[in-house]
Design a protein around this ligand. Sequence first.
Ligand code: SF4
Ligand code: SF4
Length: 185
Amino acid sequence: MQTFFMQALTQKSKPVSREPMSLMEKIYLPAVLKGMSITFSHMFKKKPTVRYPEETRPFSPVFRGLHVLNRDEEGRENCTACGLCAVACPAEAITMEAAERKEGEEHLYREEKYAARYEINMLRCIFCGLCEEACPKDAIYLSETFAPASFARKELVYAKNDLLIPNPKTEPEAFAKAKGLKPIK
Ligand code: SF4
Ligand code: SF4
């Protein structure tokens, strides 16, 4: 049988020394005791384990979590379906359909045009935050909430109703939490 040796592409490999084991190494006991002493020393150190979800760590100021579609202080949807977020998205995760605001809908939509359908495919999203940066209407932002996992792919395509922030007029508590004005429990 012919043997092939792969040629290394870099010079990073180091030859392994195969020196015979000393007597101390052969009896293993010093190595076992050394390992146990390391384990024992950890018993007196501060535990780094965080008992999530009862305990949570503070988020980094640059943390980017679940997307939220924003409303203004009167509860009207900010999004005007301009499509800039979809264009900016490198993963092509955002789709939407625009509609014209009708008379009498001024309390629902801030602008004359709004997103009748707005979807984010979270299977594609890489949480880069470019959609938030591209939005001229402060309509989409990445919150400090984790995106939940799921076993079903179709559950990870979020529709507008999944993304819309609670209405500050009717659900002020939930709105404040989603805005990060109150701690998320
Ligand atoms: S965070 Fe990035 S990848 Fe995700 S929807 Fe926004 S622009 Fe697209
Ligand atoms: S979220 Fe912002 S950028 Fe995206 S369509 Fe709505 S207004 Fe335009």
